[in-house]
Design a binder for this molecule. Structure first.
Ligand code: ACO
Length: 325
């Protein structure tokens, strides 16, 4: 009998400090940076974001999201044999945030590693976990996106610092006789490294280069809408399904205009697109599992429904996962 993987629980966590656009506008004004609630809402759809306290790391946010997903799946930490954390803001250069999280959860012995694919990180991590479960390398996985993006923002650059937030989302993915995950589709094109990057690195005990986020917003926008449509069509075709069959599109929450464009290209009404960017901002690898969990806990996303998760981000990387919940 073929072995599949299936999501059996979701969870998420947002740090308590919430900044509305007006709160952020005031904080930035004190630094001489001019922006407005109107500009942010009109260009991005963002109304608020959460920022972690200075002593809180990605593994701390991941821990809360993981505990909530484990409780929903009724799985004990000790029964997890694979942890994958998608993050671009790890606690340390090494070891991985996944290993730190494993210890905080009180689990030991299973495989644990991080995946770095920026805002596509969660769909990359879910695809890897699905493949490992299908081949029998793992049976019960925790797949997490967790970010403290506020640490890598330049709060003197209004074109980027208004866009991002911190948070974590998690799923428990378990082996199953029935799908579950129906098809996956991953891509990257490294020639676009320069349009979205944090170019600094650690060398000889110092940070070399610039350790803050740089983005060419218009180039990212144009690339994102094209690849999201292509990947959506590819993953649907692999599973023999049509866009009209989707109950929910759960896209990376970068910008409401990118989501509207993708929905329009797929002829999906916006009431079948999960939108949390208004309340969370762009939380990079955490945004898809945060939106998924918000939909599940809010009673919108229901067992048995057909979902498409779609990510796009730095690299450039992009991809989709089609699944039945
Ligand atoms: N407040 C006020 N004015 C601003 C701000 C701000 N925060 N930021 C830029 N502006 C000004 C610019 O200086 C410019 O002024 P000018 O016309 O006098 O020169 C004007 O607004 C327009 O700037 P643009 O960059 O052309 O604005 P655009 O409509 O392209 O919107 C944005 C910028 C929101 C970044 C858009 O390009 C976008 O959504 N890009 C996609 C990028 C994205 O979502 N990235 C997230 C990370 S990547 C990912 O997750 C996939």
């Amino acid at each position: 009998m073929r072995r599949y993987s299936r999501i059996t629980g979701t969870g998420s966590y947002l740090p308590p400090r919430r900044l509305s656009n007006s709160d952020l506008v005031q904080e930035l004004a004190a630094k001489g940076v001019e922006t407005s609630d109107d500009w942010i809402v009109e260009r991005t759809g963002i109304r608020a974001r959460h920022f972690a306290a200075p002593d809180v790391c990605s593994s701390d946010l991941a821990l809360e999201a993981a505990r909530s997903a484990l409780a929903a799946a009724k799985v004990a930490p000790g029964d997890i044999d694979l942890i994958i954390v998608a993050t671009s803001t790890p606690d340390m250069v090494f070891p991985s945030t996944a290993c730190i999280l494993q210890h905080k959860l009180g689990a030991a012995g299973g495989a644990a590693f991080d995946v770095q694919a920026v805002c596509s990180g969660f769909v990359y991590a879910l695809t890897i976990a699905d493949a490992m479960i299908q081949t029998g390398s793992a049976t019960r996985a925790l797949v997490i996106g967790s970010e403290v993006f506020s640490r890598i923002l330049d709060f003197t650059d209004r074109t980027t610092c208004v866009l991002f937030g911190d948070g974590a989302g998690a799923v428990v993915l378990e082996a199953s006789d029935s799908p579950g995950i129906l098809a996956t589709d991953l891509h990257a094109d490294g020639k676009h490294v320069g349009i979205l990057c944090v170019p600094g690195s650690v060398s000889g005990g110092k940070v070399t280069g610039d350790p803050l986020l740089k983005m060419d917003g218009q180039a990212v926008f144009k690339l994102a809408v094209g690849v999201l449509e292509d990947s959506a069509r590819a993953v649907l075709s692999k599973a023999g399904r049509a866009a009209a069959d989707l109950d929910w599109l759960i896209p990376h929450q970068a910008n409401i205009r990118i989501m509207q464009s993708t929905a329009k290209r797929l002829k999906l009404p916006m009431d079948r697109v999960m939108v949390t960017v208004d309340q969370h901002g762009n939380t990079s690898a955490a945004s898809i599992p945060l939106a998924l969990d918000a939909g599940v806990r809010g009673g919108k996303i229901l067992p048995g429904q057909l979902l498409m998760l779609e990510g796009v981000g730095g690299g450039f990387t992009w991809g989709s996962v089609l699944l039945s919940l």
